[in-house]
Write a protein that binds this ligand. Structure first.
Ligand SMILES: [Zn+2]
Length: 363
């Protein structure tokens, strides 16, 4: 057998000879493509570029093989355009594979998807993005997001819904959701039965922020490090509530809450839906009456509501506050001036108080 000038991988074939003749004759065609090893470019027959030396040519059945081998599409003959339908079909297959991971709930292995498509992972990434505008991972997150709402409508909890939508855990579910479309997780049924709430998470200077609102107003504001933990807390508290997608009113409330927690010294108009016993509401109203820049201890707060012997109950009511910053329980410190505890982290309490203390008089 003579040495093979056309390919180092395969024996010289009659087919390759025919293909080479086609290139030499400059006849256009779509039955194969050829990669040029010296330029790293893949062309289709009929390309106006200078004819390469035959020993630098590698023939491929289709663009897929050439791309897999690492050739870039030629900018002159644009072989991708000619076989665009093939690539489109290939990417559609990739999409269906990705969707399969969402349905099964298994962790997606992009490498496996790429291998199934006969491409290197980096090649898949490049083509997938060029066609869909998304990376495969983003596409995965996007279809999970799309699936989320119908799934939530019929499922029993955020976690179940998240699982149904292809998320391994609630935290993972959260991480993808807001980044993509700005739409937070939609439905949740575990706590306030028959109740309809809107819920969202946001990042602030003070850390991660969770906000929920009813038609009456904001009913939940929590701060923390980990959005997954915030979601879990919310879920525990409103076990049977149904979550609705955010509307304009809620988006405005979220913005107002972000403003409030980052600038507690500035007054914000925020409708609040305060739930609690008569006593708790009394305590929380007294908290709201504490001016910016002032702090009280539990005893002083108990006196303010006319219950001087109820300091411990007052402390419990403060600890039950679910409206961080809006009901400013951070303005209660120990009699000796110590910060005492804070449901959302003592360092956040210190930050809030420092900001309020620094505020100009009269705010
Ligand atoms: Zn070309």
């Amino acid at each position: 057998m003579s040495p093979n000038p056309a390919s180092v991988d395969a024996p010289v074939s009659e087919l390759d000879n025919l293909r080479w003749q086609q290139l030499e004759s400059r006849l256009p065609g779509t039955s194969f493509v050829y990669g040029v090893t010296t330029t790293g470019v893949v062309c289709s027959p009929g390309c106006p570029s200078r004819l390469p030396r035959r020993e630098n040519v590698r023939f491929y059945e289709d663009i897929r093989g050439a791309l897999q081998a690492g050739f870039r599409p030629c900018k002159r003959c644009r072989p991708l355009d000619k076989v665009g339908r093939d690539l489109g079909a290939l990417l559609a297959r990739v999409c269906r594979n990705l969707e399969g991971y969402v349905v099964s709930g298994a962790d997606a292995a992009i490498a496996d998807v790429a291998s199934d498509a006969g491409m290197a992972e980096a090649t898949l990434l490049r083509h997938f993005r060029s066609v869909t505008g998304l990376t495969p991972t983003e596409y995965l997150a996007a279809i999970r997001q799309c699936r989320l709402y119908p799934a939530l409508a019929k499922q029993g909890s955020v976690l179940q819904a998240a699982t149904e939508a292809g998320y391994g855990s609630a935290s993972h579910f959260y991480q993808d959701a807001p980044r993509l479309t700005g739409m937070p997780p939609a439905k949740h049924r575990k706590g306030g039965k028959g109740e309809q709430l809107t819920f969202a998470l946001a990042s602030t200077e003070l850390g991660e922020l969770a906000v929920a609102a009813s038609s009456q107003g904001v009913c939940w504001i929590a701060l923390g490090e980990d959005p997954g933990v915030l979601l879990d807390e919310f879920q525990d508290h409103f076990r049977h509530a149904t979550l609705l997608p955010p509307n304009d009113a809620f988006n405005q409330q979220i913005a107002a809450v972000c403003q409030l927690v980052q600038h507690p010294e500035q007054p914000v108009t925020l409708p609040l839906d305060i739930r609690g016993t008569v006593f708790q509401r009394q305590v929380w109203q007294a908290l709201q009456a504490i001016p910016v820049g002032m702090t009280l201890d539990y005893q002083q707060l108990a006196e303010r509501i006319g219950r001087p012997t109820a300091a411990r109950a007052v402390a419990r009511a403060c600890a039950s506050n679910v409206l961080a910053v809006a009901v400013p329980c951070h303005r209660i410190i120990r009699r000796d001036g110590g910060l005492s505890g804070y449901r959302w982290g003592v360092e956040r309490k210190a930050w809030l108080l420092a900001r309020e203390k620094a505020a100009p008089e009269g705010n």
